[in-house]
Structures are given as structure tokens and as C-alpha cells.
Write a protein that binds this ligand. Structure first.
Ligand code: GLU
Length: 481
């Protein structure tokens, strides 16, 4: 069997972390099995679907490295296929026109509630005569199309993650609507369950791997496959992702879209790695850092947990830092540029690349998220630095004025400082003024960076020197002591 899997997002919002994680599992499964990974955009809800969400979804999947083999297919371009299927179901007696109004359905629900019964459609129009249909139409009612659900049926499937699942036909809410209300001549807008089944059949999907919130739909869909004469695919329902307080991760958690994680400074390899661990355990469970390609080698659905996965920010941060720390400076630089530009820094990558790469290499070991680079490199991109209270206090110490004056003189003597020049200069000034090296270094740091702690001082100084920022800062500091 050729494995063909799909991710089928609805473009009614940005790419959600839950959908992205399901996409990761689909991608891994396809790669592990040498199969195909397909994207289908489920945009039949015209009122809520937007092209910018489709773009966000495609960008998010591509950013994560989840490249697709086919698609995206758009359901909005395939309506004729769904209508054909609805017509077939009507013709073969699996479906019928139902004229019950919203009001009547509400009344039904209310009376069921009053009797403590679960709400369900009572199949009242299952066997209308052509005359009865005509009479309803004469009243101006427009029918929906309902698919017959046999209450006595037991629907079973062996879920690759959850094991044997069984649903009673009587628990599916009565005959289900598969197409919205419309005139008799034009079949109405087909609904989700119908469209999914038609597409999964047409696209020869072998395994449907999707969120566990679709389990009840699966039971309904199996009945549709049977009626349409399709082969029922295998199913695997992935566990939910919970927030740190154990509730379903939702919009209220603020960061639910993959693009939010990008903005927060997570790198794609780390996100993909972390999402793989949201529900899946590698055979060597001590192994936590791997690329998607590496995970694909060992990925099987039986190692996906049934239990909900808890979103753990500190773990994601740790994984992110690991990827940042081992990344080539050239690549890390490319990733930092948009954050710097957003902060208004004049980056000028084209003319500044070697210097920017050195700045990147300097700060890389202390980054957990890319966003932190903005603050950590501010002093390299701004003409002046503000001295914080500690830096000011440092510069008020005895002897500092003379020390900074001498360093400033020394800097003027060099066109560009080498590391050796800088070391010599510190040594010479220390000796000349009979002070401790620590005093020279701390004061230099205060004057150059505006702080008393930070990245390697010598490297920072040399980088500032290359941009001729050191001497003016030393002079500015002198004017304050
Ligand atoms: N459009 C559905 C969703 O976004 C897809 C469900 C499925 O994979 O069948 O939840």
C-alpha cells in the first residue's frame, strides 16, 4: 500500500500549534513510510475563510520544514465533486431532503432538554412522500440534505493511537446534514464530513492522522465511505495539547499560532523538534534533540501517546537555545536581521556582513530566543549608550578619569585596534597609573557599553572600534566624571 497522508487545515485563522503538530506527525509518518504528504485547504466555510490565513498556513508549514508533495488542493474549487456525491447519495436512498425549520429544531431541542435527553434530530422527514415535499416547498421552505444514520449500527475502527474504538449509531445525533439549505434545483453548500470523505477517497488517502477532537466525525465518516463505496482509510487520532495549567491550549493562551512563535524568537528547527516531542517518544527516550529527518527514521504511530501533551515553555526554551548555540553564525545572522530591522537598527547586511557575523558570534552563546538579540546588541547599533546607575557609579571611582583619558589617547594612536593592541593598551594604562587591571576593565566596560556586565569586553571593544564608536564613548564618559 502506498502511504498517502494529508493535513487539511481550515483557513479561518493562522496556522495553529495543534494543526502544526498534527502536520509534523503526518509528515514524519509519510517520510518514514516513503509515502506522500499532501495539503488540502478546507475553505468551504466561505464566510470565515480568508486568503491571508491560507498564506499564513503555507508559510508556517514551509518555515517548519514540512514540505509537501502534493497540493495545496482547495475545497472551494472542488464543490462540483461534493455535489455529485450528494446527488449519488440521494439517488441511492442514503440521503433525503429535510424541511425542518430552525424553529422546529429549536423546539425539538428544548423538549429533549426538558426530558433530560441528549439533543438529536428525530429523523422526522426521513420518509416524506413527493407530495409532502412539494407541500413544504409551496410554503417556501428550503431543504437541507440529510444522510441516514442507522441507530442500531455499531461503528468500529482500530485507531493507530487509541486502539479499538466503538461508536453507537444512536450516539451520532440522528441523521446528519451533509449539505446546507438550498432550492431543490441547486444542491446546497456541502458540509465538512461529506467533503472530507469525498476528498480522502479521491486523493486516495491511506491514513487519516488528525486531532482527537475529530473522533465523533470519524464514526460518521466511516458510514459515508461505506455508502459511497469507498475504502475506509486507517485512522490515528492525536492527543490534545494542553497549556501549563492543564487546559486545552486556546486563543486565550495568546500564542497559539506558529507565526506567534516566530515573532517570539523561536527557530524553526527547535519548534519542529519540540512539536515532535509533544506526544511522541523516540525509541531512545533520552534523545531529545533531533531534526525532522532524524525523527522520521524512527517515527511510528504506536509511540504516540494517548494522553494529552502538556506544553512546556521551559523545555521549548531549552531546545531553542541548543539550536541557536550550535548554529553557524552566518545562518544565525540571517535569522537575527529581521528582528534588528524591526527594532529600527541600521543593519545594512550587504556592506556589513563580516562585522555582523562577529557580533552574532559574540552574543550567540547567551541567547535563548532570537528576540533577546535586540537588547543585547543595542550598544553596537546606536551611536551613544546610556550609562546605567552601576556604570555611572563605576566611572565615579578614584582614578577612573585618568585611566579613561589614557585609554582614549591610546585608541587615537591606532587606525584600527587589533586584539593584541587592546591588550597592550590595558596593560600599559594599568602600569602607568598603578591601578588594578580590574578597575581599568570595569571602567572601560562602563564607558563603552553603559553597563558593568555583559559580553566579552575585549571582543565588544574591538567590534565598537571597527565602527569608530569607542573613542566618542570614552570621551562622552569623560565629560560625565
Ligand atoms: N478542516 C479540519 C480541521 O481543520 C480537518 C480535519 C481533518 O483532518 O479531517 O480540523
Amino acid at each position: 500500500m502506498t502511504v498517502r497522508v494529508r493535513i487539511a487545515p481550515s483557513p479561518t485563522g493562522n496556522l495553529h500549534i495543534g494543526t502544526a503538530r498534527t502536520a509534523v506527525f503526518n509528515w514524519l509518518y509519510a517520510r518514514h513510510e516513503g509515502g506522500k504528504f499532501i495539503i488540502r485547504i478546507e475553505d468551504t466555510d466561505l464566510a470565515r475563510s480568508r486568503p491571508e490565513y491560507t498564506q499564513n498556513i503555507k508559510d508556517g508549514l514551509a518555515w517548519l520544514g514540512l514540505h509537501w508533495d502534493e497540493g495545496p488542493y482547495f475545497q472551494s474549487e472542488r464543490l462540483h465533486l461534493y455535489k455529485q456525491a450528494v446527488q449519488t447519495l440521494l439517488d441511492q436512498g442514503y440521503a433525503y431532503r429535510c424541511y425542518t425549520t430552525e424553529e422546529e429544531l429549536n423546539e425539538l431541542r428544548e423538549s429533549q432538554k426538558a426530558r433530560n435527553q441528549a439533543p438529536r434530530y428525530d429523523n422526522r422527514h426521513r420518509n416524506l412522500t413527493p407530495e409532502q415535499e412539494k407541500a413544504f416547498e409551496a410554503e417556501g421552505r428550503q431543504p437541507v440534505i440529510r444522510f441516514k444514520i442507522d441507530d442500531t449500527r455499531e461503528i468500529m475502527w482500530n485507531d493507530h493511537i487509541r486502539g479499538l474504538l466503538t461508536w453507537k449509531g444512536s450516539d451520532l445525533g440522528g441523521d446528519m446534514v451533509i449539505a446546507r439549505a438550498s432550492s431543490r434545483e441547486d444542491l446546497g453548500q456541502p458540509l465538512y464530513n461529506l467533503a472530507v470523505v469525498v476528498d480522502d477517497m479521491d486523493m486516495q488517502i491511506s491514513h487519516v492522522i488528525r486531532g482527537e477532537d475529530h473522533i465523533a466525525n470519524t464514526a460518521k465518516q466511516i458510514l459515508l465511505y461505506e455508502a459511497l463505496g469507498g475504502t475506509v482509510p486507517q485512522f490515528a487520532h492525536t492527543p490534545l495539547i494542553l497549556n501549563e495549567s492543564g487546559q486545552k491550549l486556546s486563543k486565550r493562551d495568546n500564542v497559539t499560532a506558529i507565526s506567534d512563535f516566530y515573532k517570539m524568537g523561536f527557530v524553526p528547527e527547535a519548534m519542529a523538534n519540540y512539536m515532535t516531542l509533544l506526544g511522541w517518544t523516540p525509541p531512545d527516550s533520552t534523545e531529545e534533540l533531533f531534526t525532522l529527518e532524524e525523527a522520521a527514521k524512527t517515527f511510528t504511530l504506536d509511540r504516540v501517546s494517548k494522553a494529552a501533551a502538556k506544553f512546556d515553555w521551559s523545555k521549548l526554551d531549552w531546545i531553542n537555545s541548543q539550536y541557536i548555540h550550535k548554529m553557524e553564525p552566518a545562518r544565525l545572522l540571517e535569522m537575527l536581521v529581521p528582528f534588528w530591522e524591526d527594532a529600527g537598527y541600521q543593519v545594512d547586511l550587504e556592506n556589513n556582513r563580516p562585522w555582523l557575523e562577529q557580533v552574532t558570534a559574540l552574543i550567540a552563546p547567551s541567547l535563548t530566543r532570537l528576540t533577546e538579540a535586540v537588547e543585547q546588541t543595542q550598544m553596537f547599533f546606536q551611536d551613544k549608550v546610556e550609562l546605567n546607575a552601576d556604570a555611572q557609579a563605576q566611572l565615579q571611582q578614584d582614578g577612573v578619569k585618568a585611566v579613561i583619558t589614557s585609554v582614549c589617547e591610546g585608541v587615537k594612536e591606532h587606525n584600527q585596534l587589533s586584539e593584541e593592541d587592546a591588550k597592550q593598551l590595558v596593560k600599559q594604562v594599568t602600569k602607568e597609573h598603578g591601578v588594578k587591571k580590574g578597575l581599568v576593565m570595569k571602567s572601560l566596560r562602563a564607558a563603552l557599553t553603559g553597563d558593568v556586565k555583559g559580553h566579552d569586553l575585549m571582543q565588544s571593544w574591538l567590534l565598537l572600534n571597527q565602527k569608530e564608536l569607542d573613542q566618542p564613548r570614552l570621551e562622552a564618559a569623560l565629560s560625565q566624571v
